[in-house]
Design a protein. Structure first.
Length: 138
């Protein structure tokens, strides 16, 4: 890719807004704050994504947040400290889940998965055969 050239069609405003919502839910204030943990590029930290990048990152973040929610509900309610005293329970700090670092490889793999869903079976089978795989119809 040449300098200054777009790597693909830009993400829509809805996608970027959805990404920002998910980042806020994950505990980040904006794209720049999430740059390190999500391994975003400078371009992405400025809020500029391609459609494929945005779709893959949205899917990855949604999966991550669903996992955290299910883990939180599986843990069940914690026992009330001090015999269920409302004042004590309202002042008790709830531990926040540590932010998991999402690698660039993980994001690229998710983007590739989304791209492969659009590829026809024949094209995919041809490419696999070119790479030396044996392909059979189900």
């Amino acid at each position: 890719m040449a300098f200054g050239q777009s790597p693909g069609p830009p993400a829509g405003q809805r996608q970027v807004n959805r990404l920002l919502e998910l980042l806020n839910e994950a505990g980040h204030s904006d794209f720049r704050d999430a740059r390190g943990p999500l391994d975003l590029t400078q371009r992405q930290a400025a809020g500029r994504f391609t459609r494929g990048e945005a779709d893959a990152l949205i899917e990855l973040l949604e999966t991550e947040l669903e996992q955290q929610r299910s883990d939180a509900t599986d843990a069940g309610p914690s026992p009330e400290p001090h015999g269920g005293n409302e004042i004590a329970s309202s002042t008790t700090a709830t531990p926040t889940a540590p932010r998991r670092r999402i690698s660039r490889d993980e994001r690229r793999a998710k983007e590739a998965q989304r791209t492969l869903r659009d590829v026809s079976d024949e094209v995919l089978a041809t490419e696999l055969q070119r790479r030396g795989w044996v392909v059979m119809e189900p």
